[in-house]
Structures are given as structure tokens and as C-alpha cells.
Design a protein around this ligand. Structure first.
Ligand code: C5P
Ligand code: C5P
Ligand code: ZN
Length: 472
């Protein structure tokens, strides 16, 4: 493939080298991470490998720790493709490579460790932001484009890449930018994605209008948000039919004029209630619609699709999420929807628990310890939701703890772009503070995590507080 054809030209040479190695392999082990971005990364890479006629097997890991890497080495595969993780674990991976156990090929977007390897596709190595411009699924997509063969150019896989980027919250300023935007253009050209400036509330495809308004968590509108009766009476005051045949309509059921009426009514209410201008602006954003999916389903809107995927993989059912990504619209989709109900309930109960208990403030950060009340695989999502809520002070990062096992504690941290601009790098904080107490961690500047020994919470917090203080 010519460099100019790559959706992300800065990564084209790396992608070509990785693709060549994969084509030369007899068979490949594909290992990926258990979240929406990891699942879509695996689906993009697996589809591209299959189309290129490369025999492979897919496995998922919650954390690519030393034990997981050893397990991967023990499979005997000579070529291992890591997607959505691998960069942060290169110190350990490089040792296995040096021992001749396997050749790693990495398509990732996390902060790399100190060691490096030859076949390494990561936006951060080319000055592209790995938290806001390219996700793991995006890196896999760049690789998939380099693997393109006679049966197509793989641009249809842009749909899944965009689900991954949005699943990692890379559109948190209202739209996808940089390399992600180039992938969106590919998807639009290929006829699989449609973009539109739209009301930026979660649930446009599936939520009945009152729920859409009531549960909107990013912008709080007094008398509407978290207020069922308020949301219903707000709708009643608008000049639209919010119900049809006795059933609440959804955002997708409204025509353009009705959407306009609802959106401007919401803005007027926000202005009148004194919601700050920048928050009001964030009520509008770009929506990404997967045009081949049925209207009114979770799969049609990339944001709802990514939640559906998290509901599988973060509950040990990555197989279900992967099957949905690969096109199963019957059994796997039904199972994913069942898991989604549990996931939604867990998120809402977890967030409520944080709001009720509150956070503890240190000088430079704030934290909560959910113990076993919040599943460790979703405590990071809840920390992210909490930082957008009034329960948490936006001027400091938040650190969340949850029990991972009898002797390990999971740590998740979330900041904001404003804090990152002032120097915050949570990936460095998590790595250094965890290593200081015998654990390990990493991630992105704005969102990172770690695992530490269960007794080391307070020592870890003291070190993290000191490190954040140095950064800010
Ligand atoms: O493991 P991975 O890279 O896929 O996960 C990224 C995490 O970072 C997600 O949980 C996502 O919600 C979080 N994130 C965030 N704010 C951003 C970008 C990412 O909280 N602006
Ligand atoms: O688990 P959590 O959602 O808090 O993870 C935030 C980010 O930190 C993700 O991108 C995740 O892959 C990364 N992470 C990591 N090493 C860990 C834990 C999390 O790189 N031990
Ligand atoms: Zn990711």
C-alpha cells in the first residue's frame, strides 16, 4: 500500500511493516483488552486477518500482566498481535521476544514503557495523542488498511474503529478529531457511517424521550435532569407529540423540525436556569450513525454500541461482544442486551453509592474506596461518571479503588483535559506510585489505572498525591 493511501500517513510505515510480518506468519495469536475499544480492536484485526487469509485465534485479557504474558508465550504461537494493549507492557514483552519465544506485533495507543520493539504501531510514537486522536481500534484499523487485499480495502471496518474511539471517550469535546476524524471520513466514503450535528445526549436511538432527558448526566439541567416528573412536564410544554399510540417516542422517531423544537427548548431552559455557557454548548455534538444497523437499536449509535460492548467484556463475556462485532444479530445480540441491563443497573447503583458516600480530599487529589461494592472492571467507568457530577471537584483528579482479589486492589484514575493542559499525566502517576508499592500500572494522561497489593492503599495514595503535586 502506498503511504499516501493510509488514513494516518504518519503511521503508514509502521503499519506496512506490521502487515508484512503478519502476512509471513503461518498463524497468529491475537490478544486484546476487555473493553469496548479492545473488542472492536480485536474485531477489526480479526476480520482483516481473515480477509487476508491469515490463520489466527483470538484471546482476551483483563490485564496484560506478567502472568498473562507468560500464558500467551506458553501457547507456542510464533507471532502474537497485541491490540489495545502491549505498549505499556513492553518491558515484559521484550524479555520474551529476546528469549525467542514469540515475535510481538503491537497496535496500541497507551503510553509505551521504556523497552521498545520493531513492529510497534502506536500514535504516541509519532506525536499523535493516544487519548484523544487515535484509539486501539483506530490503530488496528490503520493496520487493517495496510493488510488490504484483492477482496476490498477494509474501509468498512471504520465503523467498528469509531465505536472503539467513542467507547474510549475520545469524542469528549463533542466530536472526533485528528486521526480519528480521518477514519470517520473513510467510513463515510465507504458508506457505513453518517455524521450529523445533533443533540449530544446518551440514548438517542433507544431511550424513550423522558428517559433521554432525565438520565442525561453530562449536563445538568435543573428541573429536567434526574427528575422524571420534570422531564415529562418539560416535554408536555413543547409543541411536539412526545407520545404516539400511547407510547413515548424516542429521539430517532422525531422529524427534523421536532428535533429542532426539542433541542432549542432544552437550550432555553438551560439558559434560564443559569447553566454555564460552556456546559450548554456541550449539549450539541457530532453523532456517528452506523447506517447498516437497524434504526432504534443500540447498534445504530456508536455510543450506545460501545456501552453494549462494555456490558459483555467487563463481565467475562468478551466472546459475546466479539460475536456482535463480527455480525451476530441473533443469539449474541440477545445475550448482550441481557448483560446490558445488569451493566446499567451496576453503573447507576455504583454512581449513587459514590454520590452518597462522597470522596476524601488530599492536597492534590480526591479518592474513594468502593471495596467490593463496585466491580473492579467498571470502577473506572464510574470514576469517569463521577468526575462529571457535582459529587466530585473538577479541579483535582479522582482516584478510585475496588477489590480485585483477596490480595490485590484495582486503582482507576480520571482527570480532565484542563488538568492535562496544566501538566497532569495520570499514566506516569499510576505507573510510578504503583511500582513504588510493588504493583504496576499505566494508561493515558487523562485516564489511567493500576493494580497494587491490598495493604498498600495509603502508601500508594501518599505517593500519588506527591506526584500529582509535582505535575500541577
Ligand atoms: O483501556 P483504554 O485505553 O481502552 O481505556 C481508556 C479509558 O480512558 C476509558 O475508560 C475512557 O473512558 C477513559 N477516558 C476518559 N477521558 C478521556 C479519554 C479516555 O475518561 N478524555
Ligand atoms: O481500568 P481503567 O478503566 O481505570 O483504565 C484506564 C486506562 O488505564 C485504560 O486505558 C487502561 O488500559 C489503562 N490501564 C493500564 N494498566 C493498568 C490498569 C489500567 O494501562 N494496570
Ligand atoms: Zn483503548
Amino acid at each position: 500500500m502506498a503511504v499516501a493511501d493510509s488514513p494516518v500517513p504518519d503511521l503508514a510505515d509502521r503499519a506496512t511493516a506490521c502487515a508484512e510480518r503478519l502476512r509471513a506468519a503461518d498463524r497468529v495469536l491475537l490478544a486484546s483488552h476487555i473493553d469496548a475499544d479492545g473488542l472492536t480492536s480485536a474485531a477489526v484485526a480479526s476480520t482483516a486477518l481473515a480477509r487476508a487469509g491469515i490463520d489466527h485465534e483470538v484471546v482476551f485479557e483483563k490485564q496484560l500482566d506478567d502472568a498473562a504474558i507468560e500464558g500467551i508465550a506458553a501457547t507456542g504461537y510464533e507471532t502474537v498481535l497485541f491490540t489495545d494493549f502491549g505498549s505499556g507492557q513492553l518491558d515484559a514483552i521484550a524479555e520474551h521476544e529476546a528469549a525467542g519465544e514469540f515475535t510481538p506485533v503491537i497496535a496500541d495507543h497507551h503510553q509505551p514503557a521504556d523497552a521498545d520493539t520493531e513492529l510497534h504501531l502506536n500514535p504516541l510514537l509519532e506525536g499523535i495523542n493516544g487519548a484523544s486522536e487515535l484509539s486501539g481500534a483506530g490503530a488496528s484499523y490503520v493496520l487493517a488498511r495496510a493488510l488490504e487485499g484483492s477482496d476490498g480495502d477494509n474501509r468498512d471496518l471504520a465503523a467498528l474503529a469509531v465505536v472503539g474511539a467513542v467507547g474510549d471517550m475520545q469524542d469528549s469535546d463533542g466530536e472526533l478529531v485528528g486521526a480519528n476524524a480521518a477514519i470517520v471520513r473513510d467510513g463515510v466514503d465507504a458508506g457505513v457511517i453518517e455524521t450529523r450535528t445533533d443533540l449530544d445526549l446518551y440514548g438517542r436511538q433507544t431511550r424513550p424521550l423522558p428517559k433521554l432527558l432525565e438520565y442525561a448526566s453530562d449536563v445538568t439541567i435543573p428541573g429536567v435532569s434526574n427528575d422524571e416528573a420534570g422531564a415529562i412536564s418539560f416535554l408536555a410544554d413543547l409543541d411536539i407529540d412526545a407520545k404516539r399510540d400511547g407510547e413515548w417516542r424516542r429521539w430517532v422517531d422525531l422529524d427534523a423540525a421536532e428535533r429542532q423544537t426539542l433541542a432549542s427548548g432544552l437550550m432555553r431552559r438551560a439558559v434560564a436556569s443559569g447553566v454555564p455557557a460552556d456546559r450548554i454548548e456541550s449539549l450539541v455534538g457530532t453523532s456517528y450513525t452506523l447506517v447498516d444497523e437497524e434504526a432504534g437499536t443500540e447498534l445504530r449509535d456508536v455510543s450506545e454500541f460501545s456501552t453494549l460492548l462494555n456490558a459483555t467484556a467487563r463481565y467475562d463475556r468478551a466472546d459475546v461482544g466479539l460475536a456482535v462485532c463480527l455480525g451476530d444479530r441473533v443469539d449474541a445480540l440477545a445475550e448482550a442486551r441481557r448483560l446490558l441491563r445488569t451493566h446499567r443497573r451496576n453503573l447507576s447503583e455504583g454512581l449513587q453509592w459514590v454520590k452518597t458516600e462522597g470522596v476524601t480530599h488530599e492536597e492534590n487529589l480526591q479518592w474513594f474506596d468502593a471495596g467490593s461494592r463496585i466491580r473492579e472492571t467498571i470502577v473506572g467507568i464510574i470514576a469517569g461518571m463521577a468526575i462529571g457530577s457535582p459529587a466530585v471537584d473538577r479541579s483535582k483528579p479522582v482516584i478510585a479503588f475496588a477489590e480485585e482479589s483477596a490480595d490485590e486492589l484495582k486503582v482507576s484514575s480520571r482527570g480532565s483535559h484542563a488538568l492535562v493542559r496544566r501538566g497532569l499525566d495520570l499514566s506516569a502517576v499510576m505507573r510510578e506510585a504503583s511500582r513504588a508499592v510493588g504493583g504496576d500500572g499505566g494508561g493515558h494522561d487523562v485516564a489511567a489505572g493500576a493494580t497494587i497489593p491490598i495493604d498498600e492503599r495509603d502508601a500508594f495514595l501518599a505517593e500519588a498525591d506527591r506526584l500529582v503535586g509535582e505535575q500541577l
